[in-house]
Design a protein. Structure first.
Length: 276
């Protein structure tokens, strides 16, 4: 196996941290971005030059381009781009603040778009590479209380599917990662919630608050195993369009896709009736 160089956003926790640790242990090089550099002091001391770090808030488009350009300039070649930085925002849509909405979309959607846009010319000029876009089964299946999180993930999945086609002629493979619930800090650490509105008490959107606070029901997903599968996917040729991780993710995706197809497949005749 040839050691690669990986550019990963948000390496201080969650999937990004697990991936960074596994790659460094294998002797591969990681260019990681964080909002607070001191959160990586331990790994930096242990792995030295194998770990290249930069401070980055992916909502800052100019900084995204600067950091990506600097990483390619200083490291020479980057084989894999991993868009990992992101977080969940939950609650009834009308209970979310304007600031919460703007920041969620700026982070999960626009931030990921800008990382890919910044990396694309470098990947083209070096003759290829891989992009892993971390999404969620919530990028295909939607539920009450997750409207803005779903908006960010459905949006980035649409963008990424188009990029698969745009970048294929340049030997750049793109994979959407669809994890289910995992035992990271996503739910009990980084997730944000909107205001509790009395009108939604007892409704599906209102119950999301209780779900996020209930620590007795832990996710089934093992983040270590999930990251192992993500890393292994880079060796697949061609790149898988989607990588489903977790039995909950698989079940939710199959259910959502079947229901969407059932909603439209009986409309063939009526759809054609509007043709000129």
């Amino acid at each position: 196996m040839t050691n690669r160089t990986w550019f990963i956003t948000g390496v201080s926790s969650g999937f990004g941290r697990h991936m960074t640790e596994q790659l460094l242990e294998r002797g591969e090089r990681v260019a990681g971005t964080v909002r607070k550099l001191d959160s990586m002091n331990g790994l930096k001391a242990r792995y030295g030059t194998l770990l290249w770090l930069a401070q980055l808030d992916v909502t800052d488009t100019a900084a995204v381009r600067s950091v990506v350009n600097r990483a390619f300039s200083e490291l020479g070649r980057i084989d894999v781009i991993v868009n990992n930085a992101g977080y969940g925002l939950f609650g009834a849509a009308e209970g979310l603040s304007e600031e919460q909405i703007d920041h969620e979309l700026a982070t999960n959607l626009v931030g990921s778009i800008q990382v890919i846009r910044a990396a694309t010319p470098h990947l083209r000029s070096q003759g290829g590479g891989r992009i892993l876009q971390i999404s969620t089964y919530g990028g295909q299946a939607a539920g009450a209380g997750g409207s803005l999180y779903h908006a960010s993930k459905w949006g980035i999945e649409g963008f990424t599917e188009a990029m698969m086609q745009e970048l294929a002629p340049f030997n750049i493979g793109v994979t959407i990662i669809e994890p289910g619930g995992a035992r990271t800090g996503f739910r009990f650490g980084s997730a944000q919630v909107g205001a509790k509105l009395p009108a939604y008490e007892g409704t599906p959107a209102g119950r999301v608050h209780a779900f996020l606070e209930d620590r007795s029901r832990l996710p089934n997903g093992d983040p270590v195993r999930m990251v192992q599968r993500m890393i292994a996917s880079v060796d697949q040729t061609p790149a898988p369009k989607r990588l489903v991780l977790g039995s909950d993710s698989y079940a939710a995706l199959v259910k959502a896709l079947k229901e969407r197809l059932a909603d439209i497949e009986h409309q063939a005749e009526s759809a054609a009736s509007t043709d000129i």
